[in-house]
Design a protein around this ligand. Structure first.
Ligand SMILES: Nc1ncnc2c1ncn2[C@@H]1O[C@H](COP(=O)(O)OP(=O)(O)OP(=O)(O)O)[C@@H](O)[C@H]1O
Ligand SMILES: [Mg+2]
Length: 521
């Protein structure tokens, strides 16, 4: 049953006009306030949210359900309250729609509390200011754009570059280890994906700490516009009342903006740049600002962001960027080269990638990797025009390192096993850093590039075929050394490097040169 039914106020109105999802209603005695929920049709099937008071007797609302069957003159009942979402321990392991109805074909909820979905973000004074890293087990993310516990990360990308796959993989890697509650909110994406995720989570046995809320692409714009608020209301309950950490996953926040655009258009507002609603910034910040950390708990959020036509200057993408502490940009070019996850390291960034937070060794390595990849990107034009042979030896080494790094930073995913045929790999930050460091030290220059492709930790490359011995006398030394040393020994020699940085605790300094040019970050 719907939560809106609990408070019944006998104010009745009548439908004056219906245009698609927009309904004008006349109330003679009492004008319902903004955000009131009204019900019409048989059994109050049609649910309308008031968005504007037109004059002393008329309100304009947007239907959150289809409006078929609604006609002029039909009675409309004011429920006397806003849209509400169920909160409490009972919602765990369940799947909901925007109204808080369970949609997993299990028993209805019995005793839950209902809370308004319209809530203010926590005030500045209640927010906490710790910075802690959130490991994902995905090499390229942990090394180059580490996520923040309690931060907001965005996965940006055009159509079909792997946003959903990456988000699902992160859910797979993190939900099991995360002691808190995970809430998945599907906004305006495919129902099939929602259903698959539900089944996967159930099979993985992590559903008992998870809640799913869906307003998918088949639902009216009003429902897609409010489903994010419903999910956040549940997240806030776990943070504020149960003092637990919450992982909030959203696929896809762009569809929230798009639903707002549809609602705004239907309400007759003049569009702004590129047809977006003039209120986009406010709408987005009202939602994003609620995703915050307080002293009682943290809401960590990962959001997929569809980028229309791969245009990163699109106002929706630009507005979303500004809310996030880490931006992970997926590039079509990488996807077409088969370098999955197709993350562009040079365009992605994270506020956590500073020496104070990740430590000097990690920071130095990340800078060195970025520098190498950036140099390779610059050299690509020359290679295309003149060929690799025309480069200096030094530049050729950079290219070799960069290409090996690029391949090492690919990773087979658990969630893509059925179509790649490769078993998924979870890689610890330490292993990922170790691999990058050894590639930068040219330990793998005799290996074929493909030896590093789609592997987990770097040691998996050992035993894969090497390139024929080109420059024979210079190489064998390092080669045999690398090969002869059993893997733990290699690590321990690295660990026992005498000079260790004050910031990095016991971690060794990398042999690679350090970030002189910090402007690159
Ligand atoms: N890590 C990966 N490994 C292998 N294949 C991948 C990977 N990521 C994405 N793909 C391929 O790309 C396809 C599209 O991925 P996905 O559905 O995640 O895209 P999307 O960005 O969510 O698209 P949309 O914007 O349409 O929702 C997948 O079906 C898969 O074939
Ligand atoms: Mg998707």
């Amino acid at each position: 049953m719907l939560g809106q039914e609990t408070v019944k106020v006998p104010f009745l109105g009548a439908v004056v006009s219906v245009r698609g999802s927009v309904v004008d209603i006349r109330f003679d005695e009492h004008l319902p306030p903004i955000y009131s929920v009204l019900r019409a049709g048989g059994e109050g099937r049609i649910i309308i949210e008031v968005l504007a008071q037109l004059d002393a007797r008329h309100v304009r609302g947007i239907a959150l359900t289809p409006t078929q069957g609604l006609a002029r003159g039909m009675a409309v009942e004011d429920t006397g309250g806003p849209l509400k979402a169920p909160v409490g321990k009972e919602v765990l392991s369940r799947m909901f729609d925007v109204f808080g109805n369970v949609i997993d074909r299990e028993a209805a909820l019995s005793d839950v509390q209902w809370r308004s979905v319209h809530r203010a973000p926590p005030p500045l004074a209640r927010r906490s200011t710790k910075s802690e890293i959130f490991e994902t087990g995905i090499k390229v993310i942990d090394v180059l754009m580490p996520l923040e516990r309690g931060g907001k990360a965005g996965l940006f990308g055009g159509a079909g570059v792997g946003k959903t796959v990456l988000l699902t993989e992160m859910i797979h890697n993190m939900v099991g280890q995360h002691e808190g509650v995970s809430i998945f909110c599907g906004i305006g994406e495919r129902c099939r994906e929602g259903e698959e995720l539900y089944r996967d989570m159930k099979a993985a046995g992590v559903l008992r700490n998870m809640v799913m809320v869906f307003g998918q692409m088949n639902e009216p714009p009003g429902a897609r516009f409010r489903v994010g608020h419903a999910a956040l209301t549940m997240a806030e309950y776990f943070r504020d009342d149960e003092h637990r950490d919450v992982l909030l996953l959203v696929d896809n926040i762009f569809r929230f903006i798009q639903a707002g655009m549809e609602v705004s258009g239907l309400m007759g507002q003049m569009p702004s740049r590129l047809g977006y609603q003039p209120t986009m910034g406010t709408e987005l910040s009202r939602l994003e600002e609620r995703i915050a950390n307080t002293d009682t708990g943290a809401i960590t959020s990962i959001q997929a962001v569809y980028v229309p036509a791969d245009d990163f200057t699109d106002p929706a993408a630009v507005h979303t960027f500004s809310h996030l502490s880490a931006s992970i940009v997926l590039s079509r070019k990488r996807a077409s080269e088969g370098l999955f996850p197709a993350i562009d390291p040079l365009q992605s960034n994270s506020k956590m990638a500073t020496p104070d937070i990740v430590g000097a060794r990690h920071y130095g390595l990340a800078q060195e990797i970025r520098r190498t990849l950036a140099q390779y990107a610059e050299l690509k034009d020359i290679i295309a025009m003149l060929g690799l042979e025309q480069l200096s030896q030094e530049d050729r080494n950079v290219v070799a390192r960069a290409r090996r790094l690029e391949r090492f930073l690919t990773q087979p995913f658990f969630t893509t096993k059925q179509f790649t045929g490769l078993e998924g790999k979870l890689v610890s930050l330490e292993d990922a850093l170790d691999g990058c460091e050894r590639i930068l030290r040219d330990e793998f220059k005799d290996y074929q590039e493909s030896a590093l492709y789609m592997i987990g930790a770097i040691d998996e490359a050992k035993g894969k075929p090497k390139v024929g011995p080109p420059a024979a006398p210079a190489e064998p030394d390092s080669k045999t050394e690398a090969k002869a040393a059993p893997d733990p020994a290699v690590k321990s020699t690295a660990k026992s490097t005498p000079e260790s940085h004050p910031n990095s605790g016991t971690k060794p300094q990398p042999k690679v040169e350090h970030a002189a040019d910090t402007h690159e970050s």
